[in-house]
Design a protein around this ligand. Structure first.
Ligand SMILES: Cc1cc2nc3c(=O)[nH]c(=O)nc-3n(C[C@H](O)[C@H](O)[C@H](O)COP(=O)(O)OP(=O)(O)OC[C@H]3O[C@@H](n4cnc5c(N)ncnc54)[C@H](O)[C@@H]3O)c2cc1C
Length: 296
C-alpha cells in the first residue's frame, strides 16, 4: 500500500510511523521548513522557545509509553502538575505536564526519524498517485487541497480560533516560582508559561498566549499584539523590567472538539487534534487511528 501523509505535525508523524511499522510505503509531505506543526520551537538569538503547545499530558497508556521512551532518551521529562490561576494567584493541581529540554519540536523530529519526509513542499491538491492520502492538519488548511465532498464537509464543520504567542525575553528572572499560569477573564492574555523553567535552562523567558479575541483583532499585523501581551504579563505578574518581544501568529490554533477519531471519504482521510480534546495526545491518537484503520 502506498500512502501519502500531508502534514508533518504530530498527527501526520504518528500516522506515518504506525503505517511504516505496519509495512506500508509512506511519503510525508510538509509545507514548512521543519517538522512539528504546532508542536513548535522557534529559535530567537540562538535559544529555542516553545511557541505552540506549552506542554503535553500523557494519560493514554500508549502515548504514555511513548512519553516514557522519550524520557529514557532524555528528550522529555515530567515537568509539573501544578500551575497557577490568576486573578487571585491560586495554585491549581492537575495531571502531570511534560516538557522537552530541547524544545517540544524535538519530539516531532524524533518521530520523523527514518521516515520519508519531504519538507518545504506545500501541496495545493490531493495527490493522485497513492492508494490513500491522509490530510493531517486543521480542516480549513485541508480545504485548500480541494478534498472530496465528505472530507470537505467535515473540514468545513470545524470551528477554529486563533492565538498569538509572544516570546518575552527579560534581562533577568523577576518572577520566582511560576511554572505557568492560566489567566481567567483577561481580555488579552490567556496563559503565560516560564519557558526557562520548562526547558530547564533557567533562561529569563516567558511565553504568553493571547486570548482568541486579541488574536482576531491582530491577525493581519500580529506584531501589534506583542506590546499588549507584554503589558498584560507585567500587570498580572507585577513585573517592572521591559522584555524583548517576538510574536508568532497561529491562525488555526484551537478547534472545537469533535467526537470521532478521524473522518474518511474514499481514499482520503482527515485527522488531527480537532478529533477530540485539542491536545498533542489527541493528535497523536488521531493519526495512529487512521493508520490502524488503513492497515486493518
Ligand atoms: C498556542 C498553542 C498552545 C497550545 N497549547 C497546548 C498545550 O499546552 N498542550 C497540548 O497538548 N496541546 C496544546 N496545543 C495544541 C497542540 O499544539 C496541537 O493539538 C497539536 O500540535 C496538533 O497537531 P496536528 O498534527 O494535529 O496539527 P499541526 O501541528 O497543525 O500539523 C499540521 C501540519 O500540516 C502542515 N500543512 C498544512 N497544510 C499543508 C499543505 N497544503 N501541504 C503540506 N503541509 C501542510 C502544516 O505546516 C503543519 O505542519 C496548543 C496549540 C497552540 C497553537
Amino acid at each position: 500500500m502506498d500512502v501519502v501523509v500531508v502534514g508533518a505535525g504530530i498527527a501526520g508523524l504518528s500516522c506515518a510511523r504506525a503505517l511504516t511499522d505496519g509495512g506500508a510505503r509512506v511519503r510525508v509531505v510538509e509545507r514548512g521548513r521543519v517538522a512539528g506543526g504546532r508542536l513548535a520551537s522557534k529559535r530567537y538569538d540562538g535559544r529555542y522557545a516553545d511557541i505552540g503547545a506549552a506542554y503535553f499530558v500523557a494519560d493514554d497508556p500508549d502515548f504514555a509509553a511513548l512519553a516514557t521512551s522519550w524520557q529514557s532518551r532524555g528528550l522529555a521529562r515530567p515537568w509539573t502538575d501544578t500551575l497557577r490561576v490568576f486573578p487571585g494567584d491560586e495554585p491549581t493541581t492537575g495531571p502531570v505536564r511534560w516538557a522537552a529540554p530541547g524544545g517540544l519540536r524535538s519530539l516531532a523530529v524524533d518521530l520523523a526519524e527514518g521516515l520519508d519526509v519531504h519538507l518545504s513542499t506545500p501541496l495545493d491538491a490531493v495527490p493522485d498517485d497513492a492508494d490513500a492520502v491522509v490530510l493531517a492538519m486543521p480542516g480549513p488548511q485541508a480545504l485548500r487541497l480541494s478534498p472530496p465532498p465528505g472530507i470537505a464537509e467535515a473540514a468545513r464543520a470545524q470551528t477554529w480560533q486563533a492565538v498569538i504567542a509572544a516570546v518575552l525575553t527579560y534581562p533577568s528572572r523577576q518572577w520566582g516560582e511560576l511554572k505557568g499560569a492560566f489567566v481567567n477573564g483577561h481580555p488579552d492574555l490567556a496563559t503565560v508559561f516560564d519557558d526557562g523553567d520548562r526547558r530547564g535552562d533557567g533562561a529569563p523567558v516567558l511565553v504568553a498566549h493571547s486570548t482568541p479575541a486579541l488574536a482576531a483583532q491582530h491577525l493581519e499585523h500580529p506584531e501589534a499584539a506583542g506590546p499588549i501581551l507584554a503589558a498584560a504579563v507585567a500587570e498580572v505578574l507585577s513585573l517592572t523590567d521591559r522584555p524583548e518581544v517576538q510574536v508568532h501568529r497561529w491562525t488555526y490554533a484551537q478547534p472545537e472538539p469533535a467526537d470521532v477519531p478521524y473522518v474518511a471519504g474514499g481514499r482520503v482521510w482527515l485527522c488531527g487534534d480537532a478529533f477530540g480534546k485539542p491536545r498533542v495526545q489527541t493528535a497523536w491518537l488521531s493519526g495512529r487511528a487512521v493508520a490502524q484503520a488503513l492497515l486493518g
